[in-house]
Write a protein that binds this ligand. Structure first.
Ligand SMILES: *Cc1c(COP(=O)(O)O)cnc(C)c1O
Length: 439
């Protein structure tokens, strides 16, 4: 690892060189493309980002759960380099190559269930979700799609309709795709329901307001990402899955944020033994290269006519090489086990912070996907202002933190799994400082 693993502030954040570039960004880049922490990065690795002013920042976000194996991970760089020197594109739909097939074989092995599986590869998470819906509709001959409150599935037209939160994802961008039906999710902090009761509530909405026989699929994040790292009460997901089975509705897991070791399993569905009909993956799959997949029961995947799935760049050979490198690193470094270690370290530190700060209504998550939800003390009234203040204090001290949640009142922590314990502790120490400084 060439990037020195330390936090170091050479200037204020953002520094003068980043500020100059920010002016260029204002000139040339559409304002709609925002940035959370406007330092311009020149190098990154392990748990550190280095910017143009020579600042080294601790990365607790992994570029939104993408660089799980670390930035510029050696196995990823080696395979990308070899592939880029050999060829960069043919279009798999024109002339195929090994990398695509090898990624699909790896997905069949790694995703939950030991049934026959096949995959199709795409460029982004949203594209994977869209294709999962296409496949489910073709396989069932039905059109309805069930999604959940606080769900996030992307920013394309279909996936905007599936995403719950209006601002900033949907506001003014309609009309949206039809046949999308939203059900209440299990959100233990806010509904206090058992998994079984929350599932009954959701199923009642789907049965009475939509009709099971109208539904092609239920699409659900096993732990909601953008929606606030909402972990459903145990039993909720298995009950939804079982209802899907009984009613001929396909159970589609959106594991785009939770997948590839993040939660301390290869996939979050494993925690309760769920076996989805289709799984959408992206983010952590390829060490930072754009790649996404739909993996599912062979007979469901094969319901689509030849030529019905694809795209010019889907499963690009360099992205596939990166995925094979990332999977190699996850295996050789045992990142499933590492995610559990990182998770228990984070949970311990976050619980200590919560004990000192009544604004923390809940610490939740699984493995290396942990969050704190901030509410007015003694209530569940969201406190987005405090959340933003804590996050920007962390940024000013050289720690990259992200927020999420329907009310913007959740601080989420998704460090690369190759971060060292000392650096992670230091990052969380800054979070603790930020809580005190913003009191
Ligand atoms: C990020 C995300 C998406 C969309 O992925 P993109 O690659 O940004 O299109 C979909 N679902 C979940 C759960 C995500 O976290």
């Amino acid at each position: 690892m060439t990037v020195e693993q330390r936090r170091h502030l050479a200037t204020e954040i953002p520094g003068p060189e980043s500020r100059k570039r920010l002016e260029l960004k204002r000139t040339w880049v559409a304002d709609g493309v925002g940035t959370v922490l406007p330092v311009f990065v020149v190098e990154a690795g392990g748990g550190v980002l280095v910017d143009v002013d020579g600042n080294s920042l601790i990365d607790l976000g992994s570029g939104i759960a993408v660089t799980t194996v670390g930035n510029a991970a050696p196995a990823v760089v080696r395979r990308i380099t070899e592939q880029a020197q050999a060829f960069t594109h043919t279009c798999f739909m024109v002339t195929p190559y090994d990398g695509y097939v090898d990624v699909c074989a790896a997905l069949a092995e790694l995703t939950p269930g030991d049934h026959a599986k096949k995959s199709a590869l795409f460029n982004s998470g949203a594209e994977a979700v869209e294709n999962a819906v296409k496949i489910a509709r073709r396989a069932t001959g039905r059109t309805g799609v069930a999604v959940f409150d606080h769900g996030y599935h992307g920013r394309t037209n279909l996936t905007m309709a599936m995403t719950a939160k209006a601002m900033p994802y949907k506001h003014g961008f309609g009309p949206f795709a039809g046949e999308i039906h939203r059900a209440p999710v299990s959100y233990p902090l806010r509904d206090g329901l058992s998994g079984a009761a929350a599932a009954e509530r959701a199923i009642d909405v789907l049965e009475k307001q939509v009709g099971a026989d109208q539904l092609a699929c239920v699409v659900i994040e096993p732990i909601q990402g953008e929606g606030g790292f909402v972990v459903p009460a145990s039993g909720f997901l298995p009950a939804i899955e079982q209802w899907c089975r009984e009613r001929g509705v396909l159970f589609v897991a959106d594991e785009i944020q939770t997948g590839f070791c993040r939660t301390g399993d290869w996939f979050a569905c494993e925690d309760e033994g769920l076996v989805p009909d289709l799984v959408a993956t992206a983010k952590g799959i390829a060490g930072g290269m754009p790649l996404a997949a739909v993996t599912g029961r062979a007979e469901v995947m094969d319901a689509v006519h030849v030529g019905g799935l694809g795209g010019t760049y889907g499963g690009n050979p360099v992205a596939c090489a990166a995925a094979l490198g990332a999977i190699e690193a996850m295996r050789s470094l045992d990142l499933v086990a590492r995610a559990r270690e990182v998770g228990s370290l984070m949970e311990r530190r976050l619980r200590a912070i919560a004990a000192d700060h009544p604004v923390v209504a809940e610490v939740r998550g699984r493995g290396a996907m942990q969050a704190v939800e901030l509410c007015r003390p003694g209530s569940t009234e969201p406190d987005p202002a405090r959340t933003a203040a804590v996050s920007s204090y962390c940024h000013s001290q050289g720690v990259v933190t992200l927020t999420c949640g329907t009310w913007g009142n959740v601080l989420r922590f998704l460090p690369p799994l190759v971060i060292g314990d000392a650096l992670l502790e230091e990052g969380l120490e800054v979070v603790a400082e930020a809580m005190t400084a913003t009191r």
